[in-house]
Ligand binder design. Structure first.
Ligand SMILES: Nc1ncnc2c1ncn2[C@@H]1O[C@H](COP(=O)(O)OP(=O)(O)OP(=O)(O)O)[C@@H](O)[C@H]1O
Length: 356
């Protein structure tokens, strides 16, 4: 299958659509709003990265696509449309059983928490095939070996009979990916899939996911706090801050023409782009208290370029291009012209030099 261009993907089918999703948690009698009206259209066949600092809501938002919110959490309002059904209205485990794994699967950061230490690796992949693809016995075993091979596990016949502790960290993550793929899902959510791995292995796992996406016709969501990790694999990037998507665009747009001051800050703190000998840029201040109502642009108190209105009214989305939008008053035609930091202006040169 020939690889589709980003234009073709964005003109194609929307496979999942989240609209104005609000998610709250009850914590010791108090209410915390983790997701504050986030919207996202996921296009079939794309790789979308959701980036943002710890606590910005990346995991909570995507877990709500699978009914995996903790028991003290709930979707307060909004829609999550998948195959003409609003999953935000699902109430019972029976509803979610039809979705989880089969339609939407997830790969977590630490493979050991997803694997059963007492069962052979082959058995765990095979169970997934038997449950979701209805195959049995020798047929299921054959497909297991094929999938183990597809995820880059050499000598799969022998490895089939081994236990998770006999695998390295990177190989275990391949097994977890094999289990997810064995369910034959449409959407694969990868939550920091490479954070626990060293840099070379990280790159291999990302390349593997890219290859599997083609072969298994997957739509992939990558969740990461590190923009640098997904630069080469994501078609689009959604930047999350304090429970909302503040900027969304193609990877090229977000890297080379970012508009939200939070995106500028995230990009400026990329270690790859630091200047030798100078301390790495770090975003000053702390994210807002989610127990309190947020007025205006949630990033304003940490934004040295904030305008008065940023403290008063939540910005709407301003369209930068048909594929690029950002929630910042800086894009309002009445706003004074504010240039991004010099580092951001020089991003293209710097990134080019790095990838030469
Ligand atoms: N069960 C829960 N009870 C209360 N608050 C929660 C619960 N789960 C998540 N939260 C809060 O929701 C917010 C968003 O958390 P989330 O895990 O989605 O962030 P994240 O961007 O994925 O961060 P990380 O990269 O650290 O996982 C955080 O403030 C978090 O403390």
């Amino acid at each position: 299958m020939a690889q589709k261009s980003i234009e073709e993907i964005l003109n194609g089918e929307v496979i999942l659509s989240a609209e104005d999703v609000v998610i709250k948690f009850n914590l010791r009698g108090q209410e915390l709003t983790a997701i504050r009206g986030a919207s996202l259209d996921l296009h079939k066949g794309e790789s979308l990265a959701i980036v943002g600092e710890s606590g910005s809501g990346k995991s909570v938002f995507t877990k709500s696509f699978m009914g995996l919110l903790d028991a003290n959490g709930r979707i307060e309002s909004g829609k999550i449309m998948y195959k003409n059904q609003d999953m935000a209205r699902y109430k019972t485990e029976d509803d979610w059983i039809k979705i989880r794994g089969k339609e939407i699967a997830m790969v977590f950061q630490d493979p050991m928490t997803s694997l059963n230490p007492l069962k052979t690796v082959g058995k765990q992949v095979q169970e997934s095939i038997e449950l979701h693809q209805g195959l049995k016995g020798e047929e299921a075993r054959r497909l297991t070996i094929e999938i183990l091979n597809d995820v880059g596990i050499t000598d799969p016949e022998r490895r089939y009979r081994q236990y998770p502790h006999e695998f390295s960290g990177g190989m275990r993550q391949r097994v977890v990916i094999a289990i997810a793929v064995a369910c034959n899902p449409n959407i694969l959510i990868c939550d920091e899939p490479t954070t626990a791995l060293d840099v070379t292995i990280q790159a291999q796992i990302l390349q593997l996911l890219k290859n599997l996406q083609q072969k298994y016709d997957l739509t992939i969501i990558y969740i990461t706090h590190d923009l640098g990790v997904v630069a080469n694999v994501a078609d689009r990037i959604a930047v999350m801050y304090a429970g909302d998507i503040v900027e969304l665009g193609t990877a090229e747009e977000v890297f080379f023409d970012p508009k939200h001051p939070y995106t500028w800050a995230l990009l400026s703190s990329l270690p790859q782009l630091g200047i030798k000998g100078e301390p790495l840029y770090s975003i000053k201040g702390t994210p807002p208290n989610l127990f309190k109502e947020i007025v205006g642009d949630a990033f304003a108190p940490r934004n040295p370029r904030a305008l008065k209105i940023d403290f008063e009214q939540r910005p709407p989305y301003f369209e930068v291009s048909p594929t690029h939008k950002a929630r910042t008053w800086l894009l309002d035609p009445r706003a004074p012209k504010v240039e991004p930091p010099l580092m951001i202006q020089k991003m293209r040169e710097k990134w080019g030099a790095l990838n030469e």
